[in-house]
Ligand binder design. Structure first.
Ligand SMILES: [Zn+2]
Ligand SMILES: [Zn+2]
Length: 384
């Protein structure tokens, strides 16, 4: 992490700045780098986090006093940099929702901030929330792709009131508190605070007789199913986005998305790492010694491979392009198999006799690794 900048420097104020100076500086700077105004701008996002952290400390008299005294090395903070945590926790700055409230606190009515897309204006168009679904896949389904029926819950426009929330035959009326603006203003000293209207929850409309189908919310929860093509190569960290299948937007905003995540069953033979597949290939000790042609499994079926004479336990071989297709682009990984030599656990008299004969006619040169080991051992004790 880069060197932390002094909080006063971040906000661009003097050490003796008043609370109002700090508030004003924060608002002015936040407009320059708020993630909602600069989407996909990593630098602006980083500056905004830094700004927030500085504001958190300097706008709190207690924290400010400690900061003035100890800087970033506050002993009360256990030696970690002061306020090192992101005040937003795990909040996703790229995501929808959530930031609207922060934005309102910072910008109030958004006066003079035209072209904001209306996220902070509660009665402007709002995108519906995303909904989640989890799908269980067999190992090969994830590798090769498949078609699945996905079940999920989303909100839907209430069919009884057609989304108005008003009992059929009645109409929503203009909110008397905000006169339909969806916002109320409050003068507080140097500034006017504009908040979402508490009476109508920012919609500008009031429902006198609620629809019994949805309790006045205009939306109902509904369980839905949808056939979805799962592309080859999805993994447990993949998210498949089906756009427009989330909660409905309001005031003309777009619907949210359906986000599908996967639980993938393990496989008795294959292990997957990225787009490569790994497997153990058991062979007999005679196959390893003499070489053999062996049927092995790939994702798509059996394949003949040849292991050469003298194959060693643990040796790895690679079948290029027999792995998993990359979920973006489709380029395939490899299948890597490792030779596991199996030794008979019990010998018959005849087998023992033949192996005994075999051993009699074998010498050191047949066992290179073993010879090397004992040579090294001998040298250890003769000071070599
Ligand atoms: Zn309804
Ligand atoms: Zn209102």
């Amino acid at each position: 992490m880069a060197e932390k900048r002094d909080y006063y420097e971040v906000l661009g104020v003097e050490k003796n700045a008043t609370d109002a100076d700090i508030k004003r500086a924060f608002r002015r700077k936040a407009k320059e780098c708020h993630p909602d105004l600069h989407p996909d701008d990593k630098e602006a996002e980083a500056r905004f986090k830094e700004l927030n952290e500085a504001n958190e400390v300097l706008s709190d008299p207690d924290k400010r006093a400690r900061y003035d005294q100890f800087g970033f090395n506050d002993p009360m903070q256990g030696g970690t940099p002061f306020g090192g945590g992101n005040p937003f926790g795990g909040m996703d700055f790229g995501g929808m929702g959530g930031m609207g409230d922060v934005l309102e606190q910072i910008f109030g009515s958004m006066g003079g901030m035209g072209g904001m897309g209306g996220r902070a204006r509660r009665n402007g168009p709002r995108r519906g929330s995303d909904v989640m679904a989890e799908v269980r896949l067999e190992f090969r389904e994830a590798c090769l792709g498949c078609r699945k029926t996905v079940s999920f819950q989303r909100r839907k426009k209430c069919g009884v009131c057609n989304g108005s929330g008003a009992k059929p035959g009645t109409q929503p009326v203009t909110c008397t508190t905000c006169k339909g603006a969806g916002q109320v203003r409050q003068n507080s000293g140097w500034t006017t605070i504009v908040q979402g209207c508490p009476t109508c929850n920012g919609t500008g409309k009031m429902i006198q007789e609620k629809c019994t189908g949805c309790g006045g919310r205009g939306q109902v929860l509904s369980r839905e199913t949808r056939e979805v093509n799962i592309p080859a190569g999805v993994d447990e960290d993949s998210v498949l986005n089906v756009s427009g299948c989330g909660d409905p937007g309001s005031n003309g905003g777009p619907d949210g998305d359906l986000q599908i995540r996967f639980r993938i069953a393990s496989h008795p033979i294959f292990k997957r790492r990225g787009n490569n597949l790994y497997m153990d290939l058991p062979v007999t000790f005679t196959q390893a010694a003499m070489g053999a042609e062996i049927d092995i499994a790939t994702l798509t079926g059996a394949k003949k491979i040849v292991i050469r004479e003298g194959t060693q336990p643990g040796e790895e071989f690679r079948l290029t392009g027999e792995g998993v297709a990359d979920v973006r682009g489709g380029r395939k990984g490899d299948l890597i198999y490792r030779v596991v030599v199996e030794i008979p656990r019990k010998l018959s008299d005849k087998q023992r006799e033949l192996l005994q004969q075999f051993d009699t006619i074998s010498s050191d040169k047949d066992y290179r690794t073993r010879k090397g080991f004992f040579d090294a051992l001998k040298n250890m004790f003769t000071g070599g």
